[in-house]
Design a protein around this ligand. Structure first.
Ligand code: ASP
Length: 335
């Protein structure tokens, strides 16, 4: 066993300025890491660095990139104590959610981090994010997929990007932080995930057609008739509050019903970052449940999307997927 593997996938942390804005610069980043005295300190674990090719602005991440990252963790699983994945902030919560499902039986720390300011710049937050991630990974108390950012260690499938410019860019509105860094690292031991059963294995995800629809006042559901078809195997509807839709769903109901009959799994999430969906609590949400949609409880949209990819890739039948969408698999939703 030897130290931590850093997997650089791109994002602001490894970017430098170009005439068209920031772009990943793997060569400059590697040289910079290798010359950083702090990373040679005795307290810092041994680390190796590999890069995915090409490095990405994370807004370009796809399912096949998640598979590549998961594959690198799996190939190196026995050779390292833990993994630090450098990633852009824009879709970090999606990748963290996806990996939390894909890395089945995970028993080592996998920490995603990055920065709002490139490491190459003087005020970069990347330095502290990277060093704390390495130290937390080496300590090995957390054995799940997490995001470390701005002094907070969050469960990956509970986190969401909250700020486009603050250095504390992520929040976890429905689950406490796993640890916070101050003078020391304060762990919240009771919040840490118990290991998922079974040996470690990687579940590859398929590029399954799924969709997300956000409800808004005045939405004309009839225009979505063409979209909400069996061609989409899974759909996340971001509703108001506890799962409410306009007109009690009278317009949406037949469309949802038809999609459900064709085997599409429809999951109801909330536009409120905090709190949980309770289908049937109001008349305005009952229709969705009656039409066969399932409750996403307190799932983030990121986790709901990743969970749909995961369960659909497992090849389960629609009824089983619907049951599992409402059941926590790896700490992503309430019991
Ligand atoms: N666009 C960047 C990315 O997600 C933003 C960042 O890293 O902060 O790759």
């Amino acid at each position: 066993m030897s130290g931590i593997l850093i997997i650089n996938t791109g994002g602001t942390i490894s970017m430098t300025a170009s005439s068209r804005g920031y772009v990943p610069n793997g060569k400059a980043f590697r040289a910079q890491l290798e010359s950083m005295e702090l990373l040679k300190a005795e307290q810092v674990p041994h680390w190796d660095l590999i890069e995915t090719e090409p490095l990405l602005d994370s807004s370009n991440m796809t399912v096949s990139d998640w598979n590549r990252i998961g594959g690198l963790v799996a190939q190196n699983y026995d050779s390292y104590d833990g993994f630090v994945i450098l990633h852009g902030t824009d879709t970090m919560a999606y990748t963290a959610s996806a990996l939390s499902f894909m890395l089945q039986g995970l028993d080592k720390p996998v920490i995603l981090t990055g920065s709002q300011i490139p490491l190459a710049e003087i005020r970069s937050d990347g330095r502290a994010n990277l060093i704390d991630s390495l130290l937390i990974a080496a300590e090995g108390r957390v054995r799940e997929v997490c995001i470390f950012f701005g002094g907070k260690l969050l469960r990956g499938n509970r986190a969401t990007k909250y700020s486009a410019d603050e250095l504390i860019a992520f929040v976890s509105p429905n689950y406490p932080a796993l640890a916070e860094t101050g003078i020391t690292v304060a762990y919240n031991d009771s919040a840490l995930l118990k290991r998922r059963p079974g040996p470690f294995s990687l579940q590859i995800l398929d590029e399954i057609p799924i969709g997300v629809i956000k409800v808004f006042p005045g939405i004309q559901f009839s225009l979505f008739d063409q979209i909400l078809t069996e061609k989409l195997k899974g759909i996340v509807i971001e509703t108001f509050g506890a799962g409410n839709i306009p007109n009690g769903g009278s317009e949406l109901l037949p469309i949802v019903k038809k999609a459900v009959e064709h085997g599409t799994v429809i999951t109801v999430c909330s536009q409120c970052p905090q709190g949980t969906v309770m289908l049937g609590a109001y008349e305005a949400s009952s229709a969705l449940a009656e039409a066969g949609a399932v409750s996403g409880h307190d799932l983030t949209t990121e986790a709901a999307v990743a969970k749909l990819y995961y369960l659909l890739s497992k090849g389960y039948r629609a009824e089983e997927i619907k049951r599992l969408m409402e059941t926590p698999v790896c700490g992503e939703e309430k019991e």
